[in-house]
Design a binder for this molecule. Structure first.
Ligand code: ADP
Length: 326
């Protein structure tokens, strides 16, 4: 196995709070182990375009508390082609970069796996996405912060909802996964939760709206995961307003505000641990693995495993919400 001298780090796909803390940890651990760190800007796009700069320890100072990513992120269709990846490899050669840490989601790891195989370069991944939809880790970087943002926002919506006896549909991010909606719903005492992983939730919602115990409540909050149905919360709200005219229905789509803001203590901690673990994995000659966090321990999960599987969402939590909504 070739000796590593220079490690490149990039953030790719959707940004998530805590990515900066991960970049800081990767850069500092790299320098700690006697190597050089390089920042690759705008994900795979910057790798193809040669937007690469050496990073010193001070370059990642004062970023642990900042949302977004100082390395910036981008989608890069060209990296899906062999020619694109070859261009990217030329740029790594130019800088003498011989290993990579990529921070992103499934797509980022798919590209990384191909790249590692084609050019025989070790790559380790760190899961960064607010959706928490990665197999092999209990938590992804950004999820806890986004969850706290959802909770704080729903609390505010609840204040206004209860002042006007309104029923609010609140749509949260999560195209294919309902972690934010489910956990956020329980944490805010939502009356119903609609997530793509569970069937029959709309029937349950109808039953709730027909239930005489629902009417005396001075507000109703329904958390809807973005990917629950085509059209999301807007479509469901339209239907409910029509079928249940006694309710004053409103919709609030939280959108990109869920991605922003200072990372929570947990996300900073998680990102710091994962960043160091990723560099240590490279030091131990690991490649094509994601560092995950399972049962409060760092674990290594092969890219092909984390890409091939979806994380298991604990559906019994929906039952808990039913109990709590008597
Ligand atoms: P995420 O990493 O958050 O899932 P994307 O799915 O947008 O985000 O992927 C990020 C980037 O990874 C893409 O813009 C592309 O450059 C690269 N990528 C995604 N899928 C592939 C693939 N099948 N082959 C090569 N590169 C890919």
């Amino acid at each position: 196995m070739a000796r590593i001298n220079k490690i490149g780090v990039l953030t790719s796909g959707g940004d998530a709070p805590g990515m900066n803390a991960a970049v800081r940890a990767v850069v500092r651990a790299t320098i700690f182990y006697g190597w050089e760190a390089y920042g690759i800007y705008r994900g795979y796009k910057g790798m193809i375009e040669g937007d690469i700069r050496k990073l010193e320890s001070k370059d990642v100072g004062n970023i642990i508390q900042r949302g977004g990513t100082i390395l910036k992120s981008a989608r890069c269709p060209e990296f899906r082609t062999k020619e694109g990846r070859a261009k990217a490899y030329e740029n790594l050669l130019l800088h003498g970069i011989d290993a990579l840490v990529v921070i992103g989601g499934d797509g980022t790891f798919t590209g990384a796996g191909l790249f590692s195989e084609e050019f025989d370069i070790p790559v380790v991944g760190i899961p960064g996405t607010i959706d928490n939809d990665m197999f092999g880790t209990d938590f992804t970087i950004g999820y806890d912060t986004a969850l706290n943002t959802v909770v704080q926002t729903v609390d505010r919506i609840k204040d206004t909802a209860s002042s006007h006896d309104r029923l609010f549909f609140v749509e949260v991010m999560g195209r294919g996964a309902g972690f934010l909606a489910l956990t956020g719903g329980i944490a805010t005492g939502a009356e119903a939760i609609l997530i793509p992983e569970a069937e029959g939730q709309e029937e349950k919602l109808n039953k709730y709206l027909n239930d005489e115990r629902a009417e005396p409540k001075d507000s109703h909050i329904i958390l809807v995961a973005e990917g629950n149905t085509v059209g999301g919360a807007e479509e469901i709200a339209k239907r409910v307003a029509k079928e249940f005219p006694k309710y004053d229905v409103r919709v609030n789509i939280l959108g990109h505000m869920q991605r922003g803001g200072a990372p929570s203590a947990f996300d900073r901690f998680l990102a710091s641990r994962m960043g160091v673990a990723a560099v240590e994995a490279l030091k131990d000659n690991q490649r094509s693995i994601m560092v995950g966090f399972k049962n409060h321990q760092i674990v290594h999960v092969p890219f092909n495993k984390t890409i091939a599987h979806s994380p298991e969402l604990n559906k019994t939590l929906l039952d808990i919400n039913d109990i709590l909504n008597l």
